[in-house]
Design a protein around this ligand. Structure first.
Ligand SMILES: [Zn+2]
Length: 251
């Protein structure tokens, strides 16, 4: 009931401060690892909870990037689609983005270097939402290939994933940097999805080198975890240490 109330409020254009500072997430990373690829959350519902974010689509059909309230679907064919609000996601996280801090990456700065610099943000142990926008001298991405039932586990599903390389490209990366204690719930550390400026290509970011890139970060101290209530989720084995598995599918 609370969820419906918030959605109605937001559609009316007046999100509460708490909602603006909230990371809204559907399902968990461990459920995705186990092959729970069909969710009930519609993209319309997701858009009522934020204007930027990342995730995937039912049947693991590509990478989701929400930029300025618009949901883009980067599929394994390398093309970008605009799915309707009725389409569904098994795993996504979004927030209403309002930058708390901005800075420019040094020319030549890489994804690895950014990963190492998060400690400087003075927001230790809080979830951070990121928007990186500008010119990248190099970007490498991947896009998850659509699965058919019976679903394989994520590590197997992504064993043969198409990868894409971009040189001297303008675009935007959106995503999150989450503390270690999120492991299992979500990806601990950075998770970014890329979209070119012309919105025709992108994907889950594996590597980048910055040329002229502005970084904006939004600290989101509230977390709203919406768990599925269907049998597939309830029966999935979500325990154990999956650190190596996550390393294999996210990097
Ligand atoms: Zn991703």
């Amino acid at each position: 009931m609370i969820l419906i109330g918030l959605a109605t409020l937001c559609l009316a254009g007046c999100c509460s401060v708490e909602q603006r500072e909230t990371l809204y997430q559907t399902s968990t990373l461990h459920a995705l690892l186990e092959g729970v690829y069909d969710g009930e959350t519609t993209l319309g519902m997701l858009r009522s909870q934020g204007d930027m974010g990342i995730g995937t689509f039912n049947a693991l059909d590509g990478e989701l990037a929400m930029v300025d309230g618009v949901v883009y679907q980067i599929r394994a064919d390398g093309k970008v689609y605009r799915p309707g609000d009725d389409e569904r996601t098994p795993f996504a996280c979004v927030t209403s983005f309002a930058a708390d801090r901005t800075w420019r990456l040094r020319t030549g700065e890489t994804f690895e270097m950014l990963r190492g610099s998060v400690g400087k943000l003075e927001a230790g142990n809080l979830p951070l939402a990121f928007v990186l926008e500008g010119t990248f001298s190099y970007v490498k991405t991947r896009a998850a290939p659509r699965q058919s039932k019976p679903y394989k586990k994520l590590a197997e599903a992504l064993a043969h994933q198409p990868e894409f390389e971009f040189h001297s490209v303008h675009g935007v990366m959106v995503g999150f940097a989450l503390p270690e204690y999120f492991a299992g719930i979500n990806v601990a550390g950075y998770h970014l999805h890329f979209l070119t400026e012309d919105r025709r290509a992108g994907g889950h970011v594996l590597a980048f080198t910055a040329e002229d890139v502005r970084v904006a970060v939004d600290v989101t101290p509230n977390v709203h975890l919406a768990l599925p209530s269907d049998d597939t989720f309830r029966r999935a084995n979500l325990g154990g240490d999956r650190t190596k598995e996550i390393e294999a599918v996210e990097r």
